[in-house]
Design a protein around this ligand. Structure first.
Ligand code: ZN
Length: 632
């Protein structure tokens, strides 16, 4: 699909993207029906999240929806445009607070104008209920307050607690210090409320708080049951349904364990009260859902790498003393998102690692998945954002990136995760603590260099992982471009690099640039007052990556703290202020919004004689329309 629109619009600091689900087409009818029901279950809990985020959110949303649908007055005024901007922001954030900064949105239209709009659609009363939350800046100003010295519960605008103080909450959930064998996640699925001076938990369950939404979710999960991929999955689903019906947290743990054991199905999903970032005390979980399909092609790729792990280890350009004689590659599970719901929509994660309960992780491990089609969509959208055109040095470089950039970065990630981190060994008696604060940067550099070195190895073509060396060239160009320039857009003028992935990328890119300078491997050029880095000799660059890999592996294996410090402080921390200023200025002119979220696809069952004979997927293009549909 060449002319697929990846980014549909941009407003305030938000861009709206779309993702594709190519894996859906190759599913069986049974699996497609399974996806359809799971996606209905994924959308059925949306209002729970809105209410969790703030007690007025649903009322605000209904008013906005009504005005958008019914207002018959002039829609071409500045006031109405500002009203629509506010509505989009609220839809995107699942409430009146920004999804990331947690600050309340400031409407760009007057209270009086809003009253007129409400009156015009017969909602004066509804308006009066919400005018304070919309228009009084200091009222419920922040969704999650984390500042020390304040009552985090009383000052946060979320709706997990009603009428209780931080002290009362801490007292309520205090344990007597006794270690429990399998502690349930107390408080995870309830609102804590003070009623007649007594503190009680209103549990989220069928028949309890949020009961009408949970009933819907259970209904769709029950429809999905008979289409599950295998018995283990069915077993887990039964536990999830029972948990929603009873609110019993022990059942949630049982469910999590059974869900964890299931790792063969071609369709998997998350549906529940999962992450606790919305509660400053981290007891209460927001509702979310993700439906995913295994990306067979990508899994085949990681499978091939894992199978050949020993070959890669033996051929690595590092000292024999630092090599493992036995290696097991990690088979990463690569998935495509089929539907996002609740706290995962419109803004979404690109990888998931669950369950969260620490004792389950210790005893049973965790399931880690990367969401390939989301990363791909980001990548494609970035390509049309102008960033590539602005920072790529040559037409050739742009063309390689357009054609092979996405595959290049996927293969880089595969090599990094499946082989890079697992390769090499420490000398006897050396531990990772030796490198102290430089450890994670060195470790990331090692995995990246392993990936970069093998990216251009003929072995990858031989294994059928990449079709040609242009894929490697695309990846090399993008790595250097990012490491020396583009990633600097994420830090403020005058700042140094702190984060270890960023330090790692600059260390590698700046080191190979420096070492290859005398032979012209990478050339720094100026065109029309702008700086570019052009790779002149890819083979020489690959050898430089290999040399640095040898050194970084030595540093890790020997625990050479001083060498780690030297390397990273010389290449990975300092930022050239002049180049930084130039890059910030070039980036700002592109006007790229910093946050992104997605429009979901839609699934339509095709029925014949009351039976589903097919499920069709389509990709809507309008964010607002989808939001209004979900609100119905
Ligand atoms: Zn890593």
């Amino acid at each position: 699909m060449k002319d697929f629109i990846w980014q549909t619009e941009q407003f305030a600091d938000i861009k709206i993207l779309r993702y594709q689900v190519p894996a859906f087409e190759s599913l069986t009818l049974k699996e497609k029906i399974f996806i359809y029901y799971l996606s209905r279950a994924a959308l059925a809990g949306r209002d729970i999240l809105w209410d969790q985020n703030n007690q007025y959110n649903l009322r605000v949303r209904r008013l906005l929806e009504k005005i958008i649908r019914e207002y018959a007055g002039d829609r071409e005024t500045d006031g109405f445009r500002q009203f629509m901007l506010y509505a989009r922001q609220v839809f995107f954030a699942n409430g009146v607070h920004h999804h990331y900064s947690m600050d309340k949105f400031v409407p760009g239209f007057s209270q009086e104008y809003c009253r007129q709009l409400a009156e015009a659609v017969g909602e004066t009363e509804a308006f009066e209920e919400v005018e304070k939350i919309i228009f009084e800046p200091s009222y419920m100003a922040k969704r999650v307050v984390l500042d020390k010295g304040r009552d985090l519960i009383a000052s946060s605008a979320n709706h997990y607690y009603v009428g209780v103080t931080q002290k009362e909450v801490e007292e309520f959930y205090r344990t007597d210090g006794e270690l429990q064998d399998c502690p349930v996640s107390r408080g995870l699925n309830s609102t804590l409320v003070k009623e007649d001076g007594k503190i009680v938990e209103q549990v989220w369950k069928v028949g309890g708080k949020y009961g009408k939404y949970l009933e819907q979710i259970v209904f769709w999960l029950e429809q999905a049951l008979s289409y599950a991929c295998n018995e283990q999955q069915q077993k887990a689903m039964h536990l999830l349904i029972d948990y929603y019906k009873t609110g019993d947290l022990k059942l949630f743990d049982d469910y999590s364990i059974e869900w964890l054991k299931e790792d063969e199905a071609s369709v998997d999903f998350i549906n529940g009260f999962i992450e606790v970032y919305g509660d400053p005390l981290a007891y209460k979980a927001s509702w979310e859902s993700v439906v995913e399909i295994v990306d067979r092609e990508a899994c085949e790729r990681t499978g091939k790498l894992a199978e050949n792990a020993l070959w890669f280890e033996q051929h690595a350009p590092v000292d024999e003393r630092f090599k493992k004689t036995e290696v097991k590659g990690i088979m990463a599970r690569v998935m495509q998102v089929a539907m996002l719901g609740g706290d995962c929509h419109p803004s979404t994660p690109i990888g998931i690692n669950l369950p969260n309960a620490e004792w389950i992780r210790e005893r049973y491990g965790s399931k880690s998945v990367t969401l390939d089609n989301i990363t791909y969509a980001y990548d494609m959208a970035a390509r049309f954002s102008g960033v590539l055109d602005e920072f790529a040095a040559t037409e050739e470089e742009k063309e390689w990136t357009r054609q092979f950039g996405a595959l290049g970065s996927s293969v880089h990630t595969d090599l990094h995760e499946c082989l890079g981190h697992g390769s090499g060994k420490m000398l006897l008696g050396i531990t990772t603590e030796a490198l102290r604060n430089y450890y994670s940067t060195i470790e990331e550099a090692r995995a990246d260099l392993f990936a970069l070195y093998y990216m251009m190895d003929p072995k990858l073509i031989e294994l059928g992982i990449i079709p040609s060396q242009e894929v490697a060239k695309a990846e090399y160009c993008s790595y250097i471009r990012n490491g020396l320039m583009v990633q600097l857009t994420r830090i403020k003028p005058g700042a140094q690099l702190e984060e270890s992935h960023m330090r790692n990328r600059q260390t590698i890119a700046a080191w190979v640039y420096d070492r290859g300078r005398s032979n012209g491997v990478i050339e720094r050029v100026r065109k029309e007052g702008k700086t570019f880095f052009v790779i002149r000799d890819f083979t020489a660059l690959r050898l430089l990556f290999g040399q640095l890999l040898a050194e970084v592996q030595r540093i890790k294996s020997e625990g050479d703290y001083e060498a780690a410090r030297q390397l990273i402080e010389t290449y990975g921390v300092k930022v050239d202020p002049e180049l930084h200023a130039e890059i910030l200025e070039r980036y700002e002119r592109l006007g790229v919004a910093p946050y992104a979220g997605f429009i979901n696809p839609e699934y339509a069952p095709v029925e014949e004689n009351g039976e589903i004979v097919d499920v069709r997927i389509s990709y809507p293009e309008d964010f607002l329309t989808q939001m209004l549909d979900y609100g119905k």
